[in-house]
Design a protein around this ligand. Sequence first.
Ligand SMILES: Nc1ncnc2c1ncn2[C@@H]1O[C@H](COP(=O)(O)OP(=O)(O)OP(=O)(O)O)[C@@H](O)[C@H]1O
Ligand SMILES: [Mg+2]
Length: 449
Amino acid sequence: MLATKTQFVCQECGAAQPKWHGRCPSCSAWGSMVEEAQRPAGRRGAAVAGNGGRRPQPLAEVEAVRHDRLPSGIEEFDRVLGGGLVPGSLVLIGGDPGIGKSTLTTMALARLATRQSVLLVCGEESPAQVRMRAERIGGAGRIGVVAETDLEVVCQTLVQEQPAVAVIDSIQTLWANDLSSAPGSVAQVREAAGRLLRVAKEHGITVVLVGHVTKDGTVAGPRVLEHLVDVVLLFEGDRTGDLRVLRAAKNRFGSTAEIGVFEMTATGLAAVGDPSALLGRGDLGGPGSVVACAVEGTRPLLLEVQALVAPSELPMPRRLATGVDRNRLAMILAVLQRHAELPLGSADVFVNVAGGVDVHEPAADLAIALAIASAQRGLPTGPLVAFGEIGLTGRLRAVPQAERRLREAQRLGLTHALAPGGTLGVAGTSLRTAQTVAEAIAVTLPAGP
Ligand SMILES: Nc1ncnc2c1ncn2[C@@H]1O[C@H](COP(=O)(O)OP(=O)(O)OP(=O)(O)O)[C@@H](O)[C@H]1O
Ligand SMILES: [Mg+2]
């Protein structure tokens, strides 16, 4: 009789070890190794005879499969996908709990169901719960629902029903009964994604997997999943606010620069065609508030950067950032202290991008620096849009697409701007330029400390 071999698999990084370790030798995570049954090695390791191979085919002779996309009809969703879902592709949508993943996928299915056959596999909620949501957002009566968590049954159902699009909500609830580990573990998630991938490719079914994000922001722990699927979408936003941003972390069929912006309403997610306009709700230009203009994909986006500088009683003052990369903030703070002589050494600094949006562009540096300087001095900059990259020497670097940024600000009534030297202005906007971050602070916050 063949003894079942087991191995220990890290639930964080997926590394397999023959022995148990308290700390994963590969990613150094503590207590993450779980025993799993090992798959038979097959013919691995056998001598290669060289007569069972396949002949390569010239690429030009490969039958071209036309990717007629399936647009969901939700413009913001389709834009991020690159024009709609590609038949036979595997799409992963990740996001924090309660962010609206099920709402988004149900809405997309409801639209798709008018032209295609669609299937919703719900492992997380009962069909009654799904129905309640569907009724709230409307138009979902045509969606076929299956409440199932057994991977084998799910695959069989897909092959039998042959829907054009299937949503699996969520991948963490599926389990293959030939694996001993619990649902949601690396082995189960990887197995489920692998099997669904095969079904998707063989039968041309577009499979959308909903996945939870772990505390450190990776989808379902295993990075392996991200390599396996064609598209990885991340649904982000401040759960307490209404704004939601959908971005592509990976897309084999389109750009990853585009973002989709939604607002959560009682009737589902409403597209925000003009995200910058949301800013108009706040009181702009007070101390510690500066408007940045980031270009995400093809669209400029105005964002309000807020800062708070307060005396600290801690030996290591706090530096907290929401929506801004921590390392970027540390760099900007160091430049402000060194090159603009801003006394921040014994102050707590908090920076927040209003609306729960993440800014990734260095063009937001100048707005962040100005917001901090304005908060530190307790002086407002007045309504103003600022953009520019800050270098380690304190010099400002011009950023691309200045004209589009200025026009977007102008469209929303911001006619004062600050940008690095060399930036060309547009008619109707009073543009001031500065060579260094110190000069930028001097021209916008004239009174000394
Ligand atoms: N009646 C309602 N009116 C307004 N918003 C609602 C209403 N019901 C739910 N929501 C919003 O929908 C969100 C939940 O959406 P959804 O169930 O799609 O999230 P999810 O990402 O699938 O969550 P989970 O991780 O639990 O599966 C809530 O956090 C809330 O913001
Ligand atoms: Mg859900």
